[in-house]
Design a protein around this ligand. Structure first.
Ligand code: SAM
Ligand code: SF4
Length: 377
């Protein structure tokens, strides 16, 4: 649990989707991609963890790089980390740019888990989201990965799109399940501040769904995926044959991680840094030997304890209070016992041995329950 994992952020995308607040740019310039790859090599030489238990290539869109540059990405990371020896190496793959060739390159380099951003199969909604692919593209991408030999493929979907009905979401889920994914992530669309989508909402041209509609979709997701043998090991994540994503689980358990690439976050024992977000500025800092981070935060024991519960409650088996207390050297019962008991009385949290877990009722209002633990003293 203590060995640091590695996150590699590739900040380029074919288009910038209107709902997305990740650090990503619709930058098609090969020179920018080369600059990024060069700086990544330098940053990894400085900060790559020795033997990370997991590596995650995310973005942005790692598969947007052309085949030669994609191969360079794999080679560069493989120079600093023994990918073949790493138990879990994940790659985010987008339908419009993942090909069998890139999948084979990735697998040869040590990638053993893929995550395809499908979002929805409804043509009008794909357009609304600015996605650069159609529904058939998701299926093509999935089959290309399988043809290349990928045995662990996850699909990302979003529900609660403006005006979406339960029937439409149910059809999306069914179409995703018909592909036989090994893992699924299903997220309720959020209107992230600063995005085109949020701007449209403020202008009044788009309205979010009624919360009850989204809740119905959330309930349906859990019931339907469980019926198909998927374990809801986290609020938005469902494991089938592929098992839980270790990389994300490590994050929810407050493990250390090193993030490389523009805007990537790193965490070491309560110190959290976030790299400069603009590619050029990040590359310049890295190449000149200056710190790559733009923000640095040292969490107080109280903040770490609150985050331990906030993150831990998202997991199906919750959080072991005594273990977390020992790890963080703070008495969690003394600090949060009353808040926990209040939620227990309301039927939102249950105590089980030394653990606390969200009840079925609590899962439906998870955000408001977990937020409560982030309140300062
Ligand atoms: C790092 S993001 C994008 C990965 C990849 N570039 C793609 O487009 O699929 C990972 C996932 O987060 C989810 N996501 C991104 N923005 C979201 C939002 N505003 N609300 C809910 N889910 C979101 C999407 O399902 C997405 O596939
Ligand atoms: S959702 Fe994915 S493809 Fe779209 S802008 Fe964000 S990172 Fe890029």
């Amino acid at each position: 649990m203590n060995a640091a994992t590695l996150y590699v952020h590739v900040p380029f995308c074919v288009v910038k989707c209107g709902y997305c607040d990740f650090n990503s740019y619709a930058d098609h310039d090969g020179a920018s991609h080369d600059r990024f790859l060069h700086a990544l090599d330098v940053e990894l030489a400085r900060t790559a963890p020795e033997s990370p238990p997991s590596v995650f290539f995310g973005g942005g869109t790692p598969t947007f790089l052309d085949p030669q540059r994609f191969e360079s990405l794999m080679r560069i990371v493989g120079r600093h980390v023994d990918l073949a020896a790493c138990p879990e190496v994940s790659l985010e793959a987008n339908p419009e740019s993942v090909t069998r060739e890139k999948a084979e390159l990735a697998i040869d380099a040590g990638v053993n888990r893929f995550s395809i951003g499908a979002q929805t199969f409804q043509p009008e909604r794909l357009k609304f989201l600015d996605r650069a692919h159609d529904a058939a593209g998701v299926e093509r991408a999935f089959l290309a990965l399988r043809d290349a030999g990928a045995t662990n493929v996850s699909l990302d979907l979003m529900f609660g799109l403006p005006g979406e009905t339960l029937e439409e979401w149910s059809a999306d889920l069914a179409r995703a399940l018909s592909l036989g994914p090994d893992h699924m992530s299903c997220y309720n669309l959020t209107f992230e501040p600063g995005t085109k989508l949020e701007h449209a909402m403020r202008q009044g041209s788009v309205s979010p769904n009624e919360p009850e509609v989204d809740l119905e979709m959330f309930d349906h997701t859990r019931t339907e995926l469980e019926r198909h043998g998927s374990l809801a090991y986290e609020i938005s994540n469902f494991a089938r044959r592929g098992g839980p994503c270790r990389h994300n689980d490590h994050y929810w358990l407050q493990g250390d991680y090193a993030g490389v690439g523009p805007g990537a976050a790193s965490h070491r024992a309560g110190e959290r840094t976030t790299n400069l977000r603009v590619v050029e500025r990040w590359a310049q800092a890295v190449e000149s030997g200056a710190p790559a981070w733009g923000d640095r935060e040292v969490l107080t024991p109280d903040q770490r304890a609150g985050e331990a519960i906030w993150l831990g409650l998202r997991r199906a088996d919750g959080i072991d209070l005594a273990k977390a207390a020992a790890r963080l050297s703070i008495d969690l019962e003394a600090r949060f016992g009353r808040t926990i008991d209040g939620f227990v009385d309301d039927g939102l949290i249950r105590r089980s041995g030394g653990r606390i877990v969200l009840t079925d009722l609590g899962i439906r209002v998870a955000d408001s329950v977990t937020q409560e633990f982030l309140q300062p003293l």
